[in-house]
Ligand binder design. Sequence first.
Ligand SMILES: NC(=O)c1ccc[n+]([C@@H]2O[C@H](COP(=O)([O-])OP(=O)(O)OC[C@H]3O[C@@H](n4cnc5c(N)ncnc54)[C@H](OP(=O)(O)O)[C@@H]3O)[C@@H](O)[C@H]2O)c1
Length: 330
Amino acid sequence: MLQVQREVHLSAHPDGMPSEDNFSIVETAIIEPGEGEILIKNRYMSVDPAMRPPLSNGQQKLNQVMQAGAIGNVVASRHPDFAEGDLVQHRLGWREYALSDTKGVTKIDAQGMSETLYLHVLGTTGFTAWGGLLITGELKQGENVFVSAAAGAVGSVAAQIAKIKQCYTIGSAGSDEKCRWLTEDLGLDAAINYREGSLRHQLKNAAPNGLDVYFENVGGEHLDAALPRMNALGRIPVCGMISAYNAAGARSTGVTTLSNMIYNRITMKGFVVYEFEPMREQFLSDMRGWISAGSMLYRETVLQGIENAPRALIGLFKGENVGKMLVKLS
Ligand SMILES: NC(=O)c1ccc[n+]([C@@H]2O[C@H](COP(=O)([O-])OP(=O)(O)OC[C@H]3O[C@@H](n4cnc5c(N)ncnc54)[C@H](OP(=O)(O)O)[C@@H]3O)[C@@H](O)[C@H]2O)c1
């Protein structure tokens, strides 16, 4: 067995857009598991926008491994519930090997599906889209829906769930190529390239019947444009506000249209995926069914090698991913 493994540490708190210099690749010894422990060899690491605010607010400690999710195989076990070869999921960070007392480590029964799906459509991002749209957003059949960052991991799932529920669905994304994927492959009714012209005018044209649900991933200008389009009793499930994450305190640009909430009695509600945990089986059953029926498509943007993990994280803020951003370990 190899004697050393590599992991990614935060070496300086970024101010604004992070740079690769804010991170370092550190070699550490691989430690054999003691009684009750397992050693995991990671195969894929998750790269998520939510990792950005902790880099500046002190939650992610300097010279410590980057907190993140990953999947891998057990390569040595001294725990009765885990055997060599088991596929497992955990949040032990961006590292090639992880030693664990098994707390927070979950075995995955892939059920014939590709293992990487458990880091997106069948994992946290899929569950976020499902719960945010159906539970928090109280989506009803045939409504009018707008999803921002619609070509990303959460957004592409949310937009397709809206289509499965026969909703008129609009997505926004940062390039014409992404917009073509949304309309031509995912079947959205309209797609807006928010980098081209006025988002507010484009959304007005794309939503002739207004919006019943705005699935919020971006914040700032997107929220400002969506609020005036909301129909009476519309809902805005607030999933994320990525446009704010590089700013100190994750402050977004000014939203000036909040008064639209009053007469139309709009509900805007934040949520975190963990609150849907009691409904995980329902989510998995829905999602497996949709994937098998071909009504839930997905894409992955995969960077190779642990040394590229910082670049992958920075890439999320430049729109370099389509679908889920992942790092594959050799
Ligand atoms: N509440 C929860 O429990 C929960 C759980 C998971 C994720 N989230 C949130 O869900 C959102 C999407 O996460 P994800 O993992 O699926 O990431 P993602 O959408 O796959 O990747 C981020 C995408 O956001 C877009 N983007 C980046 N900066 C932007 C900006 N300034 N303005 C507009 N678009 C921008 C980029 O696409 P373009 O090319 O389109 O710009 C990029 O590809 C994030 O806000 C995240 O924090 C929330």
